[in-house]
Write a protein that binds this ligand. Structure first.
Ligand SMILES: Nc1ncnc2c1ncn2[C@@H]1O[C@H](COP(=O)(O)OP(=O)(O)O)[C@@H](O)[C@H]1O
Ligand SMILES: O=C(O)[C@@H](O)C(=O)COP(=O)(O)O
Length: 425
């Protein structure tokens, strides 16, 4: 029976959250899509949806279905995971999904906290910073699907929800768990639906995590989940599992990286790979045709597969992304690139690739879905927020595989040498 039931709005976000929970000593399994059968055994189940950019009604329906499955399995607390850069549009989906979960759980109130200080995301006076930049000056204002043009999260969430949003400021958070707990209870009793909670350090997140021990619903990034394993341990529900929580089968076999993220960190990682690995950069604008791009990539990969990773990227700078979007429309442009990379992934697995890094949340959703993977066990962390995961043997995109190691890298996570470091190169 899972202790914590999680609903993540994209696949990299799900592994990021799972990674935090595993580091806190919980076993975690990431389930792909709304579960239809019995859930695997784990302390935390993370249902990975691709709902960040889908129409709000679909995102709500899928999230509620996931919530039902987690509650039916016995989950004691529900966590709604979204991006540490609060990726969303004016229409949602953070507000609509959170509203639906608050209503389903009958809890009236939930915190909203995307902070992840280790990766430079902090919230101060309700404003989200990425490093020393406000969110809307961090590059996220150019995101292909969810451009973030306002750093004031009280305002951003306020536009997406039918409820009300209040700030719990730094000065309150600094006072620690007891004051935080009272403040949250007070807000709930006064009819506020959400509190954006400031957090600048891990110590703040641990205090917030402890203060929400008895909340039916917690919403946020993976950072605020840091404090949750200790709550279950304090209640005598979680044994000390130590490093065993992150054990995966040994890794071997041909390696590849597929990048569909246009975020700054990924663009830097592609730049590094250019000098250190076989790297192909697809020009989607010149050839906006999935079949042709796949044929180009597979012909290029011929004879290059081995222990050192090959890197195939569709990523492009903002002006090229904008040009493709003008030509095809925003959604169709994203879908074309996702379809291209998903097809390449399936073909590479059919050619024996068993270790795969995918850069980008939407991209990971497309790739993992095409591979037909249904569950990922979470293993050791490569860089903050990005663990190796393992999918049991099965058939991926029509080809049998002996088990796949996958690392789903959030667009903006990872050091510059991530694509090689992940494989120990
Ligand atoms: N060259 C390109 N032109 C237009 N869109 C692109 C291009 N390369 C990637 N994309 C799209 O940009 C989106 C990036 O989103 P995602 O994979 O979630 O990355 P991130 O993790 O950085 O948010 C995807 O839908 C992807 O298909
Ligand atoms: O919280 C985060 O930043 C990540 O877990 C996440 O959700 C990233 O999404 P993508 O940038 O779309 O990969």
């Amino acid at each position: 029976m899972p202790l914590l039931g999680c609903i993540a709005d994209d696949f990299t976000g799900a592994t990021d959250l799972a990674n935090t929970l595993v580091k806190g000593g919980m076993t975690a399994v990431q389930v792909i899509g709304v579960p239809t059968g019995p859930l695997p055994e784990a302390d935390a189940i993370i249902v990975a949806l691709k709902s960040r950019t889908s129409p709000a009604r679909e995102a709500v329906a899928e999230s509620l279905a996931a919530c039902e499955a987690l509650l039916a399995a016995g989950a004691k607390q529900i966590f709604f995971k979204y991006c540490s850069t609060f990726d969303s549009t004016e229409a949602g989906n953070i507000g609509p999904v959170a509203d639906a979960l608050v209503q389903r759980l009958g809890c009236g109130f939930a915190i909203a906290n995307p902070a992840f200080p280790t990766n430079g995301r902090t919230v101060f006076q309700g404003h989200l910073f990425v490093g020393d930049k406000l969110l809307n000056e961090s590059g996220m204002e150019n995101h292909p699907l969810t451009p973030m043009k306002d750093a004031n999260l009280v305002r951003v969430l306020g536009r997406q929800t039918g409820g009300t949003v209040k700030l719990i400021p730094f000065a309150v958070v600094e006072q620690g768990v007891t004051i935080l707990r009272h403040t949250m209870t007070g807000l709930k009793e006064s009819g506020w639906r959400y509190a954006i909670v400031d957090a600048v350090t891990d110590a703040h997140l641990l205090a917030i995590g402890e203060a929400v021990a008895d909340h039916a619903l917690v919403t946020g990034g993976s950072g605020v989940a840091m404090g949750l394993p200790a709550n279950f341990r304090a209640k005598g529900l979680l044994p000390d599992r130590g490093e065993a929580a992150a054990a995966l089968p040994p890794m071997a076999g041909p390696a590849a990286v597929l990048a569909g993220s246009c975020s700054r960190a990924t663009m830097g990682q592609i730049g590094y790979a250019r000098d250190h690995a076989h790297t192909l950069e697809l020009d989607v604008l010149a050839t906006p045709d999935a079949a042709a791009l796949q044929a180009e990539a597979l012909a290029w990969a011929e004879g290059k597969l081995g222990d050192a990773p090959i890197v195939i990227a569709a990523s492009a700078p903002p002006e090229k992304v904008a040009a493709l979007q003008r030509k095809l429309g925003r959604e169709a442009a994203g879908a074309l690139v996702e379809d291209t990379l998903a097809g390449i992934a399936a073909a590479l697995v059919a050619r024996g690739v068993t270790r795969l890094v995918v850069a980008g949340g939407e991209t990971s959703g497309a790739v993992v879905s095409r591979l037909g993977v249904t569950a990922l066990r979470i293993g050791p962390e490569i860089d903050p927020g990005v663990p190796w995961t393992y999918a049991e043997s099965g058939s991926a995109g029509g080809a049998e595989h002996p088990g796949l190691h996958l690392a789903l890298k959030s667009g903006n996570f990872g050091a510059r040498d991530f694509f090689l470091k992940a494989f120990g190169v």
